[in-house]
Design a protein around this ligand. Sequence first.
Ligand SMILES: Cc1ncc(COP(=O)(O)O)c(C=O)c1O
Length: 392
Amino acid sequence: MRFSKRLNKLAPYPFVEISRILTEKRAAGEDVVTFGIGDPDIPTPSHIIDRLVEAAHRPPNHRYPETDGLPEMRRAIADWYEKRFSVRLDPDTEVLPLIGAKEGIGHAAFCFLDPGDVALVPDPAYPVYAVGTMFAGGESYRMPLLEENGWLPDLDAIPEEVARDARVMWLNYPNNPTAGVADKDYYRQVVEFARRHRIAVMHDAAYSEVVYDGYVAPSFLEVEGSMDVGLEFHSLSKCFNMTGWRIAMAVGNADMIKALFQIKSNLDSGIPQAIQEMAMEALSGSQEPIAENNRIYQRRRDKLVGVLKELGLRVTPPQACLYVWARVPEGYTSAEFAGRLLEDRAIVVTPGSSYGEYGEGYIRFSLTTPDERVDTGVERLASWKIPPPQGA
Ligand SMILES: Cc1ncc(COP(=O)(O)O)c(C=O)c1O
């Protein structure tokens, strides 16, 4: 059998490997605590499930959905954006429901990139920006996210000839994996940069509702000119504990929405309508579940950050996002330190290096671990004496 070259270029998706190790350890009887994938452990709120049950019984929902979703769904998204961000969207031209942000992000690359074209991709980053680029035959130019720059790409450091050839820039705030945040001033600079170089900006705001200590994350679309240059990807996965239902949205520039619709309508057949009804219920119903989630994650954050500091790791309490991003001790690589945690404490974390070369030197803890498991993990860490790195 002959497989495509592109398949050979793909590393295993990071969490597939973590799931494999986890299954192996658990099969061997080890009590592993996992801070791996960012998949909310808290169930989908019951009023949203109730709507699914009711919607599932309605025969029109048993048929093919439209790729661009139910008109009521697009309206619910537009209304939510207006309520939450004061951003007004035309539900028929500036909103496109997605089968998860991952799907939309992967497909968006095909709208902007021909073989050899350049995409500006943050590093470390959610892997799908670079994978989508590769599938479309494009080249990723890595924009380092450095602690000293507040985890924001330094736009002035992008060489003129790279900016000239770039078709698209990916951004993601609040950021996975660093938990960095961006303000509107930064987004204004991005709009200016995008205009100057005729670059499409794809902002992934999947974590905008996961916030702590009163922080409020802005939408990229709140800044003037953003609708001319970009799209924002959002998702119900993280804020409404709906990762398993696969529903999200792209919003923004009407031509870009149309392009994404064109790609998608040739490849998928939309989101099951009963699931769209769940999303409508989530977006238009009480937003209290979001605040309740955030209180839970914040408690977990505080416990984890506390014990990591006691261990001597450099870590800043995140203001947003589902992750604690900690510097590994001097002399360790990310993978070595994650390996030590697994061997010595039966704790799974994600090595920063799996998000790109600039993630090296960090590990990521997800806060989507049930409270009692967080407590077990914290106890194991509190009683740990970190061994010196090998070769030290
Ligand atoms: C930055 C980022 N964007 C998008 C997604 C995917 O969201 P969805 O579940 O809507 O596909 C994730 C999932 O972890 C993510 O971390």
